[in-house]
Design a protein around this ligand. Structure first.
Ligand code: ADP
Ligand code: MG
Length: 419
């Protein structure tokens, strides 16, 4: 059964933000290409997020596959630098320690609100010694080594953070989806529907399920030879099959593989196969996006990117076909992502038209959704197609820019030691 392939982690039974949170809180978001440090000054029910500041730092690739201390030392160091720039607009109440929400977006077995062990790496990370270790303990040790006096008040992943951030602004948010380097989703479920849960029932009667949908697999998923080859040559073969069909880390690589096959089998770029086209991951998703959105009559941007990145001089006809390949692969991806969202709506029985159908909001975070306009549009139109016109009226897909960061800071506030 497909469902058995999903790890569906129950997020730790924590309190959710209710809007009354006040004070200065930080968030640290690690889970892909970049990591972000964020601080917010929360002003309670009326004033909400009074001020926020964030920085984004790209993770040096060697740290993704090196040792655990090296990665956490780097993070603690950057966090310390960010804290040092805290201005006078932010106020930490007297005698309090700075607290933060740690968004760590890899599969984690949560052991308490602020601890959890790593189940496996995804998205190009691979640090063996971290498997089974408590990620908060590792980060805390690194902060101690740097002399940084801060405390993790909540450990979350990006879907949980986005859901919390989304619900803080809008009560009708029922699910969060990440479309960035990787892909995942979380949704709010009634406790009665969770056979896995054996603990105390939360008062609200609701729990948040982190689906880990990136790991979805079913024999009904139509995989091409390129999907199979990409998976086999990846750092995590056999894992994260759904994610590998459309997330930002992989979309460009699928396009590269398709173009390489055309070059090899049909001399698409001339007699010789361009050497650079053989380099795995050389074609990044933002480049595919830039080529795909090229509206110039002679496809200048496509020509320029092919030249710059692959060393290919191209005719207009070649460029048109390259755009066609980007279009096919991206649309397939966006349609699959839409099918995933539809599955959540169906599970919650929000997919049918009815007179008193509640407003239903899905919060989406991630640069793929934010910046890849065609992907975004196709996802939304496919969802409309699946739901039908009437049912789609009450379903809203909303970009939650950096929702996971804000959400993590809010969860830190809700679960603060000082409340
Ligand atoms: P993370 O998943 O690390 O939290 P983001 O949400 O910023 O990060 O997503 C980063 C991913 O989004 C990158 O891997 C990249 O593939 C994709 N991306 C970034 N910019 C664009 C763009 N302009 N068009 C398409 N995809 C993009
Ligand atoms: Mg993210």
């Amino acid at each position: 059964m497909a469902a058995a392939r999903l790890r569906c982690l129950i997020s730790y039974g924590r309190s959710s933000p209710n809007g009354n949170e006040e004070g200065l809180f930080y968030a640290l978001d690690l889970g892909g290409t970049n990591f972000r440090c964020l601080r917010v000054q929360l002003g309670g029910k009326e004033r909400r997020v009074v001020k926020r500041e964030a920085v984004e730092i790209s993770i040096p690739p060697h740290l993704m596959v090196g040792g655990s201390d090296e990665l956490f030392d780097f993070i603690a160091e950057e966090l310390a630098k960010f804290v040092a720039t805290e201005g006078e607009d932010f106020h930490l109440s007297e005698g309090r320690q700075r607290e933060f929400g740690f968004t760590f977006s890899f599969p984690v077995r949560q052991t308490s609100i602020a601890s959890g062990t790593l189940i496996k790496w995804t998205k190009g990370f691979n640090i063996d010694e971290m498997l089974g270790q408590d990620v908060v303990a590792e980060l805390t040790k690194a902060m101690e080594r740097k002399g940084l006096d801060m405390r993790v008040a909540a450990l979350v992943n990006d879907t949980i953070g986005t859901l919390a951030g989304g619900r803080y602004h809008d009560d009708d948010v029922i699910a969060a989806v990440i479309l960035g380097t990787g892909s995942n989703a979380a949704y709010v479920e009634s406790v009665l529907a969770i056979p896995k849960w054996q603990g105390l029932l939360p008062k609200s009667g609701e729990m948040v399920i982190n689906m880990e949908w990136g790991n979805f697999f079913s024999s009904h998923l139509p995989l091409t030879e390129h999907d199979h080859a990409l998976d086999a040559e990846s750092l995590n073969p056999g894992e994260q099959i759904f994610e590998k069909l459309f997330s930002g880390m992989y979309l460009g690589e699928i396009v590269r593989r398709a173009l390489l096959q055309m070059a090899e089998e049909a001399a698409f770029f001339g007699d010789a196969v361009p050497l650079k086209l053989r380099v795995p991951y050389v074609l990044r998703t933002p480049v595919v996006s830039a080529m795909h959105h090229d509206m110039s009559s002679n496809l200048n941007i496509v020509g320029k990117k092919l030249e710059e990145i692959l060393g290919i001089t191209s005719s207009i006809d070649t460029r048109k076909l390259v755009v066609e390949v980007c279009d096919i692969i991206t649309k397939r991806g966006a349609r699959l992502a839409a099918a995933g969202i539809f599955a959540i709506l169906k599970k919650l029985e929000r997919h049918k038209a009815s007179v008193d159908k509640p407003r239903t909001v899905i919060a989406i975070d991630g640069a793929l959704f934010e910046h890849y306009t065609i992907f975004n549009k196709v996802l939304q139109s496919t969802l409309g197609e699946l739901l039908g016109e009437e049912a789609s009226d009450s379903i809203i897909v909303k970009l939650a820019h950096d929702g996971s960061g804000i959400g993590a800071a809010l969860l830190a506030a809700t679960n603060s030691h000082h409340i």
